[in-house]
Design a protein around this ligand. Structure first.
Ligand code: ADP
Ligand code: MG
Length: 573
């Protein structure tokens, strides 16, 4: 075949694919437009995961009837005019590609009115064919309706994910923007049902509770604001709250949700040794920096960015997270440690050297060759403790470098067993349940692709699968933890989840483990322990990764600081 120019229609469908990959990319572009238009209310309505219909309505500045036809032209934008502006982008959009791309691959209707005009206007584009504009009665603001996405791009339509997957992606997307813009009211409706809603009252903690649920949100702490040119603000989880994937490591840069690999790495480094292997924190961080410190014009979807000084951003984020985690520690700064003799257990006294702590807080590192921000002992670990006895056959009284500790012996033992059993699990693979009769499952093309792509992961999870004809498989075994559930539906749900999370059963596994730990925990309240047994328990607890809480999240210990003892005995001020 000789070289030919692509027809306008094919060319624009290809270009559209760069910006609009799936329903959630449409929602993202439309939300960004509404935010750029200074809207206070942004209502998103979707049907069938957005495949069938997406509508985003806002009360922003609107588009005038004369500008309306321009809005759907490629590279037409009100947000940028000269090449220099590219260095100083303050809006989320700037490429002028979104509406034209959507119009090229769907039935698009834009209805809008600006303040000061008595009527609005509407414009429809069907797979790139622009219909004549018409007058329309509507409130000030803009409403964009997208029907039958990819109706004219069969290849793309074929590869779309299920409505459930897409609905989840859109929910994630909307909730993230709602977090980043707590002063705007967001609402998401799927198939006539309210999925998510925020009030727009500016309270980001409230939004967080709506996203994560109140229980999880309670385990989040505000990020200590960093200093300098790069401002970081947000919420991070305490080490007792964690996830099985990196999905909840969320970053906004200058109001834009970015997917960058260095930012999660900075966070994970800050959490280093505070979380069990394979567990990830929940982090929502907003970074603000001068527009010229970041290049957002890297990819048409604008989710990739390039930082001018990536190292500085990395250390700012890592430092802020680390300082927050340390600051949250219930161990007070140890200027009183000299008064409290720790006796023969003082083997790691350098840990309590105030200069060491101070250095940690500023991330400067101490002494020669000391690695900054990589402390030997993170603050959520417990100090070396010396048991002095038992109270009510239930609590162990122990002395530490900074006061008295009361340890709940049962909760402590649960924590120890839990970590031991998790470690055993991590080493081997999951227990497998063989099916009495192999189950034959016919997959959709999309599922079939997932099976091939993730065969290894599926096997690691405990699925023994064999090809059995076109897009058909024989399942011989399933993960034992799911053995009460129908094998076919377990398999399908694993396929659906596997893409976003390579250990879809981690949570089930964990709760099973917790239940088992509770049954087995040998040491109960009311049980007399010898001093040697107390010592062993405390030593085992010291070695835990997350020693301060039992697997249910209850505290394993209470700390009474030297400071508070002295105050209560009137030895001070
Ligand atoms: P970009 O956002 O990069 O400028 P778009 O194709 O997304 O490109 O939008 C084109 C133009 O249409 C925008 O520059 C803006 O002027 C106008 N526009 C789009 N959506 C809205 C909206 N919700 N409210 C007001 N104006 C809008
Ligand atoms: Mg835009």
């Amino acid at each position: 075949m000789s070289i030919q120019r692509l027809s306008e229609e094919v060319a624009s469908a290809i270009a559209a694919g760069e910006v609009i990959e799936r329903p959630s990319s449409v929602v993202k572009e439309l939300i960004e437009n509404s935010l750029d238009a200074d809207s206070n209310h942004i209502a998103i309505t979707i049907e069938e995961g957005g495949h069938k219909r997406i509508e985003v309505t806002d009360d922003g500045i609107g588009i005038s009837a004369t500008d309306l036809p321009l809005s759907i032209e490629r590279y037409a934008t009100s947000k940028l005019s000269t090449i220099d502006d590219l260095q100083n982008i303050q809006t989320l959009g700037f490429r002028g590609e979104a509406l034209s791309s959507i119009g090229a691959v769907a039935h698009l209707i834009i209805t809008s009115r600006v303040d000061g005009e008595d009527t609005g206007a509407a414009l429809q584009v069907d797979g790139g064919k622009v219909q004549p504009p018409r007058k329309a009665g509507c409130p000030v603001g803009t409403s964009v309706e997208v029907n039958d996405l990819f109706f004219n791009v069969p290849a793309r339509k074929e590869f779309q994910k299920t409505a459930t997957t897409e609905k989840r992606r859109i929910t994630t997307l909307v909730s993230r923007y709602a977090f980043a813009y707590p002063d705007r009211a967001f609402s998401l409706i799927h198939n006539d049902r309210q999925v998510f809603q925020t009030s727009g009252n500016g309270n980001s903690q409230e939004v967080l509770a709506a996203i994560l649920g109140t229980e999880t949100a309670r385990g989040m702490i505000p990020l200590q604001p960093g200093e300098g040119q790069i401002a970081a603000e947000g919420w991070i989880s305490t080490p007792t709250v964690h996830r099985s994937s990196r999905r909840d490591l969320v970053f906004f840069v200058n109001g834009r949700w970015v997917q960058d690999t260095s930012l999660p790495a900075a966070v994970l480094q800050a959490y280093h040794s505070l979380l069990m292997v394979g567990r990830y924190p929940i982090v929502f961080i907003k970074l603000e920096m001068p527009p010229d410190a970041v290049d957002v014009n890297v990819h048409p979807a604008k989710t990739e960015v390039r930082f001018r000084s990536p190292d500085r951003i990395f250390s700012t984020v890592q430092r802020a997270v680390r300082a927050t985690l340390l600051g949250q520690s219930p161990i007070p700064p140890s200027e009183t440690s000299s008064m409290w003799t720790v006796g023969p257990l003082d083997r790691e006294s350098e840990v309590w050297d105030p200069s060491w702590r101070a250095a940690m807080m500023t991330g400067q590192g101490v002494g020669k060759g000391a690695e900054p921000l990589q402390p030997a002992l993170p603050a959520v670990e417990i100090p070396i403790l010396r048991p002095v006895g038992q109270v009510g056959s239930t609590y162990i009284v122990a002395e530490g470098p900074d006061g008295v500790y009361l340890i709940d012996q049962h909760a402590a033992h649960e924590r120890i067993l839990f970590e031991r059993m998790s470690a055993d699990r991590a080493e081997g693979s999951l227990e497998v349940q063989r099916l009495l009769e192999p189950r034959v499952v016919e997959c959709s093309p999309e599922e079939d692709q997932l099976v091939q792509e993730y065969l290894e992961v599926l096997q690691r999870l405990g699925f023994e699968i064999e090809g059995f004809g076109t897009r058909t498989y024989q399942i011989r075994s399933v993960p034992a933890i799911t053995s009460q559930v129908d094998a076919e539906s377990v398999f399908r749900s694993a396929l659906r989840n596997i893409e976003e999370d390579e250990s879809p059963f981690a949570e089930e596994l964990e709760s099973r483990l917790i239940a088992r730990v509770c049954k087995r925990a040998a040491i109960r309240a009311g049980q007399l322990l010898s001093l040697e047994e107390q010592r062993q328990l405390v030593r085992d607890l010291e070695r835990c990764t997350v020693p301060r809480t039992c697997p249910h999240g209850r505290p394993t210990m209470i700390h009474i600081s030297v400071d508070s003892l002295e105050r209560q005995f009137g030895r001070r001020g």
